[in-house]
Write a protein of this length. Sequence first.
Length: 313
Amino acid sequence: MESPFLREIQKYDRILLAGAGGGYDIYSGIPLFEYLRKQGKEVWLASLSFADLKGEDGLKLRCHYVKVTPDTEGDDDYFPERYLSEWYRDRGEDVPVFCYYGAGARTLLNIFQRLQKHLGFEALVLVDGGTDSLMRGDEPSLGSPAEDVASICAASMLEGVDTYLVNLGFGVDYHHEVCGVYVLEAVADLTKTGDYLGSFSLQKGMPEFDAFCDLVEFSCYKSPERSSIVATSILSAGQGEFGDYHFTERTAGKELFINPLMSLYWCFRLKGVAGRCLYLDYIKDTYSRMDVHRALANYLYVAKPREWKSFPH
């Protein structure tokens, strides 16, 4: 039995993988990137970046994207996308990452359109490290939704391209008070609409997962003070760790629950996820990050959150 998502993605020859929430999110797409390239697909990486990006003119990047390579200048203490490109160079490959700043949905839509014109991709897959992108808007907490929802909203407005969302890291955003029961409710709702495209595990010994682990360890070496809690949790889960296990000192003093669900990909048609979001209309005409935060504040002022629910078993 084959994953419906992996079966459906086979019909595209040119695919863009983009981090939904920014930063290290794109790392959660690397196993999929490795898999698709082995299938003979042409695949590119893109990331909503929190690094100090500059355009070709040397000025701070605003409403465009820049191709990040191992030689791109920037902060040595935090530049996940450059670490990724450096890691591939060490493997003898040239893999740039197309990077852009977090912005409103209309600005991100314009960036996606420019990338599509430049690359000619047929499918856009947003990758989320965590599951808060599945919150519809009336849960006890939405996690850290600003970048996720702006990306989802922009991708849902992109024409002529099929769009998907994949989540990796169930439970890792518990520290942002995301309730796992409502994540599963989202999966159930999207099953009803036909927008849930199945799940599959990353496991120790899979070349795609081993590549991910090597990349994460490399990024921890490059930026030990700002290593990714999400990526290291996924790595730990896929390698069989369980419970209060700490890969990085960044999580010292916190009780973790590393478990096998963290190393599962959950796959969806993006427009189904967008259609379920109760506050997408607040986001769709935003241009800046400030616009998005104002829209979120306006929505949350009138929203009536449901109560926290615990797993019954």
